[in-house]
Design a protein around this ligand. Structure first.
Ligand SMILES: [Zn+2]
Length: 217
């Protein structure tokens, strides 16, 4: 995931170097300034760039761009994703209502709600809008029963997983930086919660990723 233009370039460089890595071009809602849409459009044409992200709204963090600025950047990025027919990866903190409204303005937009932690009513609304839900290590915490119920109820063909490393560790690895390799912790929790075998889950996840991130070969 790219959080600004420079780090989106870095993501493409890593994806170019490693066959199993894919990049996304984004401008995080807490980044200052306006994204350079022309430069992002150019970068997104790279065969290794498969999505627009991380983008979204963060109304809980204080000191960053205000709501109007965030909404204006979001609109520009949704418009770019629609133009390029690329999926979006959406960050949300305290802005689910505004995000759902914004998604509703772009009927051809598709994507994933990254690090999903809301209750089932919200899950359903984003699923109804055609979005995928991506779950991270937080689902391994026994205290998160409501979220774990969403993991159980999510349709199999709309479920994705992520680490959000270096954040979002599983319960058993609290206190150390997260890594992509630790996705296995989340996968094990998803398999257990849904009562599916790990190899079946792996196959489903591969299919889901390819269905959403169509540029992945
Ligand atoms: Zn995020």
């Amino acid at each position: 995931m790219g959080v600004d233009l420079e780090r989106s370039r870095g993501a493409v460089a890593v994806a170019t170097r490693y066959e199993e890595v894919w990049a996304a071009i984004g401008h995080h809602p807490l980044e200052a300034g306006e994204p350079d849409i022309d430069a992002m459009r150019e970068l997104a044409a790279d065969p290794n760039a498969v999505a627009i992200g991380e983008i979204g709204l963060d109304f809980e963090h204080t000191g960053g761009p205000d709501r109007d600025q965030q909404l204006s950047v979001l609109d520009a990025m949704f418009s770019l994703a629609t133009e390029l027919d690329l999926p979006v990866s959406i960050h949300n903190r305290g802005a689910e209502r505004e995000l759902l409204d914004a998604i509703g303005e772009y009927p051809r937009l598709r994507g994933v709600m990254h690090y999903f932690t809301l209750e089932w009513e919200w899950a359903q609304r984003f699923l109804d809008a055609g979005f995928y839900l991506s779950f991270a290590g937080v689902i391994t915490r026994p205290s998160r029963q409501t979220l774990r119920e969403v993991v159980r109820q999510c349709p199999a063909d709309r479920l994705l997983m992520e680490t959000d490393s270096p954040y979002g560790n599983a319960q058993k690895r609290m206190g150390v930086p997260n890594r992509p390799a630790y996705l296995i912790d989340t996968a094990e929790a998803v398999a257990e919660l849904r009562g599916v075998a790990m190899d079946a889950l792996a196959e489903q996840e591969r299919a889901n990723a390819h269905a959403l991130f169509k540029k992945m070969r």
